[in-house]
Write a protein that binds this ligand. Structure first.
Ligand code: C2G
Length: 708
């Protein structure tokens, strides 16, 4: 068995490293030398690496004091390698267990072999189905295309070939050092076998904001890095055979990457000279097949005329957006919003307002609206819903994503929202955005999450962009303020006045009001009420934004044991797309999932059952008993989200795991309440202290100014 040296450069990567190394240790091909090159950084993984090395004699650790980039680290690794072949893997990636075995079995007499990559956001995806037939393809003339993604990972290459041609990574390039390695190797071979199946997991980092991979880093630096490398390669006759590939690669980089970066005109200044100088090296024939506007733009670059270039770029960006806008109706609406409606004057006293993605008239936006209707009549409102509805006051209504929706968004100086607004919407200069959010966090939020298991893996990046538009953020308690700052990377004004949505719970908690509400809801006054309001699960969905919920409460048993005394209100989270089947339970179970305002359901209920939903933080304002039906707590806590508080210790009610336990607790609710009294008091003090029935007023006064 020939020895393989696997080289792994490590830099500030603790979170993913273990998965990477264990995937190598589990290889069916065992004759390995695992060279870990730690490349300066914060040393967070030192302990882990030491531990791994102690238990596996195949691991060799090289420590570099100062960070000098992965190219430098890999070159050191190559020098140290004593195997017949070298293989590169990145420390945040991992491989299925037969990868090395398969590469070794197919390399035959060739100097190197490459395999496909499978890109993934999750750590949990492991296995790859390999059918074993016709799996290797030979690259000859088109062999340079394997350098297209500028990565040398998943390449098995002979050590004596590396030495013979003195092949190395470019140490002056931080991001694209692999390109030189690949080009130098490829000009010295005629054929490269290539595995058609993916045998390598490349991790797509879900957090390009606080934990970016190299290619996710700052645009200007990355672009300058690329340009300098291109010059070094394109100016070297040794690589003549690769010139055509390099030119095409550069043009693509320009069209896909540089163009995006210079959407913002100020970004041009920093890269203009380097870009102009670099383009001069490119074969002019390469641009012949591009669009007119790209050609004209590149010509202005070659002339070194920055003013002209900026002008053409402006037009080019406009045309690109228009082309994009013409590709679908929805996109066209965004185009019209961003490029046309946003040119119209802004209405200084108009407020665009929405709650839970237009799904209902509820939550803090509702209470802010109602307060302003009474006390700030000079403001006009545009409410956004997914269908027209009856609401008090004289607000205009628009349907989400209709043309009037985009029109009023652009014209309203103020936006009030409790969840997210579409990613593609530009915020106008002068717009003021009050984000009220929708709950004290129990489950980890955005930048406090590791893997993202929900339907949209780009969640963190999108969330970041969306939250940059917020000017004010409502906070219900000091605990939330701290989390919001960190998890949302929020550094603007925090409005620490409690939740306007909870004003009702303080101001309308009287028998008379409760009975009036019961009549409005159509539930009997002579029965006690249990409200079941669970949250959604990140990994249970039909498609993006459409989640699935399966009822685990045994309604038969519930009715049998509690039916004389109680009625049950079911309330699923607004992400849940399926309707629960409650036929046969009429008069006992009521489905209020699509009812507007959960605060009214809190008021009429005597007991709340929930799980990991933030509803209990608000409900605690009422001082009534809360039960936690947490049948899947392990999965939820350990795999999906993780919690901010210790559910076992800090909750104001018991954790229950079966339907029977829930029923038992309801039957003995006085004992439960007594038992949790102390915890309940501590809990309310910590989370409900700011809710004093005047949150809407204080919030409005802060944003819109106090009335005399
Ligand atoms: N909600 C509801 N019905 C449910 C669950 C929730 O009406 N069955 C409403 C409540 O107002 C609740 C809010 O939606 O406070 C948020 O719901 P969570 O279950 O807490 O879940 P999520 O939308 O993920 O928000 O910081 C809070 C977190 O972000 C949670």
């Amino acid at each position: 068995m020939s020895k393989i040296s696997i080289i792994i450069p490590v830099f500030n990567i603790e979170q993913y490293l273990e998965k990477c190394i264990t995937s190598i240790q589990k290889q069916t091909y065992e004759s390995l030398e695992i060279i870990i090159v730690t490349d300066g950084g914060n040393h967070s993984s030192t302990h882990l690496i030491q531990q791994l090395a102690e238990n596996d004699s195949r691991i060799v650790v090289i420590n570099i004091e100062d960070n000098q980039g992965p190219g430098f680290a890999r070159n050191i690794g190559i020098k140290k390698a004593s195997g017949k072949f070298v293989y590169f893997i990145d420390s945040d990636d991992y491989i299925p267990e037969r990868t090395i075995e398969m590469l070794v079995s197919e390399i035959k007499e060739f100097p190197m072999i490459r395999g496909r990559l499978n890109r993934t956001y999750l750590s949990s995806r492991d296995s790859i189905i390999i059918d074993g037939l016709n799996r290797v393809k030979m690259f000859t003339d088109k062999r340079f295309s394997i350098a297209k993604h500028t990565t040398a990972v998943n390449l098995l290459i002979r050590k004596d070939f590396i030495d013979e041609y003195n092949i190395s990574f470019d140490e002056n390039s931080l991001v694209y050092s692999d390109l030189k390695f690949l080009i130098k190797a490829l000009v010295n071979v005629e054929q490269v076998p290539y595995f058609k199946e993916a045998i390598y997991f490349k991790r797509l980092r879900n957090d390009p904001i606080t934990n970016p991979s190299l290619t996710q880093q700052n645009g200007a630096l990355r672009i300058l890095d690329y340009l300098a490398l291109y010059i070094r390669l394109r100016g070297n006759p040794e690589y003549e055979e690769a010139y055509a590939f390099l030119d095409k690669h550069f043009l693509n980089f320009y069209r896909k990457d540089i163009i995006m970066h210079i959407k913002e005109e100020d970004h041009i200044d920093l890269i203009f000279n380097a870009l102009s100088k670099t383009l001069a090296l490119m074969d002019p024939n390469v641009i012949k097949n591009t669009s007119n506007i790209t050609r004209i733009e590149i010509k202005s670059l070659l002339r070194g005329n920055i003013k002209l270039f900026k002008r053409i770029n402006r037009r080019h960006q406009y045309l690109r957006e228009l082309k994009w806008g013409l590709s679908s109706k929805r996109r066209f609406a965004y185009f019209v919003h961003n490029r046309i409606f946003s040119l119209l004057p802004m209405k200084k006293k108009q407020i665009f307002i929405e709650s839970f993605l237009g799904r209902n008239y509820s939550d803090s936006p509702k209470y802010i609206y109602e307060y302003m209707q009474e006390h700030y009549p000079e403001y006009t409102f545009v409410w956004c819903f997914d269908e027209k509805r009856e609401i008090p006051g004289n607000a205009k209504q628009v349907i989400r994503f209709s043309i009037p929706y985009f029109y009023h968004l652009a014209r309203s100086k103020y936006w009030i929202n409790n969840s997210r607004m579409p990613n593609l919407l530009n915020k106008r200069k002068g717009n003021v955005y009050l984000q009220t959010w929708h709950g004290t966090p129990l489950k980890r939020l955005v930048f406090d999450m590791d893997d993202v298991h929900s339907a949209d893996p780009k969640y963190k990046k999108k969330f970041y962009n969306q939250s940059r538009r917020w000017d004010y953020l409502s906070s219900p308690n000091a605990y939330s303020s701290e989390i919001f700052k960190r998890a949302f990377l929020f550094d603007k004004e925090m409005l620490e006045y409690g939740y306007p949505r909870n004003d009702l719970l303080i101001n309308k908690n009287t028998e008379k009001d409760v009975n009036t509400l019961k009549d409005k809801l159509g539930i009997p006054q002579n029965k006690k009420v249990v409200l079941y309001a669970p949250t959604w699960r990140d990994d249970e969905f039909f498609s993006r934004g459409k989640y699935k919920f399966t009822l685990q409460l045994d309604l038969d048993e519930l009715q049998r044991r509690l039916g004389d005394e109680y009625v049950v209100l079911l309330r699923t989270h607004y992400f849940i797309a399926n309707v629960l089947d409650i036929s046969g339970y009429e008069g006992f179970v009521y489905d209020f999932s699509s009812y507007d305002d959960i605060a009214e359901l809190y008021l009429v209920s005597d007991i709340l059952i929930t799980d990991y939903s933030s509803v209990f933080f608000d409900y605690a304002n009422l001082g009534r008993p809360i039960l936690f039906f947490t049948y899947d707590i392990e999965k939820y806590r350990d795999q999906l989200r993780g919690f901010y508080i210790d559910m076992e210790k800090e909750l104001p009610g018991p954790l229950l795991y079966t339907s029977d336990e829930v029923i038992d607790a309801i039957e003995n609710i006085d004992d439960v309440q007594e038992q949790y009294k102390e915890k309940y008091d501590v809990f309310s003090e910590r989370f409900c202290a700011w809710d004093d029935g005047r949150s809407a007023q204080k919030t409005v006064e802060h944003v819109f100014g106090k009335k005399d």
